[in-house]
Design a protein around this ligand. Sequence first.
Ligand code: 0X9
Ligand code: CA
Ligand code: ZN
Length: 308
Amino acid sequence: EFPEGDEDYHTYDQLMTALETAAQDHPDITELSDVGTSHEGRTIPLMRIGAGSDTDKPEVLFTCNQHAREHLTTEMCLRIVERFTDGYGTDDTVTELVDTRQIYVIPTVNPDGSEYDISGGQYQGWRKNRQDQGTDLNRNWGYKWGCCGGSSGEPTSETYRGTEAFSAPETSAVRDFVNSRVVDGEQRIKAHIDFHTYGELVLWPFGHTTDDTGEGMTEEQAQRFRSVGEEMAGTNGYTPQQSSDLYVTDGDVTDWMWGQHKILSFTFEMYPGDGGGLDGFYPGDENIGPETQRNDEAVDILLREAGA
Ligand code: 0X9
Ligand code: CA
Ligand code: ZN
């Protein structure tokens, strides 16, 4: 459970209950399922929100909580679920987007790590999954995995990349779902945000190279990332930049989404901007409302962009 004073954050069980409630209250526009199970056997939930199940509509994916201690991101995904279900039929923007898009939300990619991080009612400062000494899920994706000094081969490292690409059941489950959205040879998912904390940044690929353009990224494509990234950052006040401007990573999710599938994929680093080390991962629960709402417009922009 969460420490005293932070009870508004959702534990895994509370998250599952909230998702079940949203699905039960809005059966016509939702479908709650899962992409598979974690190392310790927890279900990794998947919510689809969209009016009608047809495959002609552009699809958008939101993922959260790859990193265990980044609990604010789980709340971000839950807000997306609740806004696009409760707002249907009353909020014009929500209604239009639910009518014209399929919205997929995976609120916790790393349920084992997240539960471990709050075990004993104290924050454990945990980042990775719970397989052996822990794999950094955001170094385990299969596009140029381990290529470029942006991850570690040492199991004790916070950025351990795993024994091979997709060695973690959590990344391979999400991979299989995304691969399954290739219908008639076309990837139906057009855009994606992976939420992290912290730093207040909007980041785009590639992360494995500091080059702006090159293999897998034309001038025109890089321009589109920059312009959409800057537009979103204009609404939440985050700093927009290529992800490798922060630091080089290999095996992160956005490199795979773009490199493998040409999905317009961003990493958001949420509140706070500068949190003083480990404390930055644990903003009080009074921040959940304002700091998730802060990304409403950016989420809407990406949903619209998926149709462009
Ligand atoms: O290191 C990460 O996985 C992300 N930051 S975090 O503090 N949440 O761990 C950033 C990943 C974005 N990719 C690059 N910076 N290359
Ligand atoms: Ca509180
Ligand atoms: Zn993170």
